[in-house]
Design a protein around this ligand. Structure first.
Ligand SMILES: Nc1ncnc2c1ncn2[C@@H]1O[C@H](COP(=O)(O)OP(=O)(O)OP(=O)(O)O)[C@@H](O)[C@H]1O
Ligand SMILES: Nc1ccn([C@@H]2O[C@H](COP(=O)(O)O)[C@@H](O)[C@H]2O)c(=O)n1
Ligand SMILES: [Mg+2]
Length: 212
């Protein structure tokens, strides 16, 4: 009797694990300091491994452009390098995952602080398969951001310094949290782009689409 109950509980857990919008999803969090190369490598991962890339920053910038009621607040937060309240960002991520036909997601730049992490877990019940952490020195990240030339309102030296401070004080503890759960795969992101991708590829090999 005890065994039967245990077995059905295990099955139920498997069925409900990481379910969202009626599908079982795989989520990889992609973290690293501003300019560490998260977006650049996500583009490569999408091409080679069939994931959908959801950048929290891009979703927030799209929300500003859409004329949403939260637009002014988000714009002010981004200009100051501050973290937008979790409910706003999680709503955007959740909607994007449900709308997508894919079931494998790279969530780039999220969770950025403990509030992001705990709220995402509470709202979605999703745990990441792992956390990809792009490790890079501030000096190199600063050089990259100042040379990015994509017209971002936060790519100026004052905001960059604020973003570095937020990363150290609020985002590194999230990486430490997942590290304590043995979920972090750390990449040396100071290397040239193709070399970083070689290291990324080794990690994603188990997720390669099957060739029929
Ligand atoms: N390994 C690398 N070596 C040199 N330049 C790089 C490398 N990776 C990315 N870059 C360049 O650095 C800049 C920042 O890269 P990217 O936008 O991917 O960083 P990010 O981590 O997404 O930053 P943010 O958190 O600000 O969105 C871009 O101009 C990109 O071309
Ligand atoms: N979880 C997040 C992610 C981002 N932001 C805000 O967007 C800015 C830009 O993010 P990028 O990942 O594109 O660099 C970031 O500095 C924050 O202001 C956020 O609030 N929460
Ligand atoms: Mg980015």
């Amino acid at each position: 009797m005890g065994t039967a109950v245990d077995a059905s509980a295990a099955v139920a857990e498997e069925v409900t694990e990481n379910m969202l919008g009626g599908k079982k999803v795989t989520v990889v969090f992609v973290l690293g300091g501003p300019g560490s190369g998260k977006g650049t490598q996500c583009t490569n991962i999408v091409e080679h491994f069939g994931f959908t890339h959801l950048s929290a920053g891009d979703l927030l910038r799209a929300e500003i452009k859409s004329g949403s009621e939260n637009g002014t607040m988000i714009d002010n937060m981004i200009k100051e390098g501050k973290i937008v309240p979790s409910e706003v960002t999680i709503k955007l991520l959740k909607e994007a995952m449900i709308k997508s036909e894919n079931d494998k997601f790279l969530i780039d730049g999220f969770p950025r602080n403990e509030e992001n992490r705990a709220a995402f877990e509470n709202v979605t019940k999703i745990s990441p398969a792992f956390v990809l952490f792009f490790d890079c020195a501030e000096e190199e990240m600063e050089r990259r951001l100042l040379g990015r030339n994509q017209g971002r309102v936060d790519d100026n030296i004052e905001t960059i310094r604020k973003r570095f401070k937020v990363f150290v004080e609020s985002s590194l503890p999230v990486i430490e949290y997942y590290s304590s759960k043995d979920k972090v795969k750390k990449i040396d992101a100071a290397k040239p782009i193709p070399e970083v991708f070689e290291d990324v590829k080794a990690i994603f090999a188990p997720y390669a689409p099957k060739v029929e």
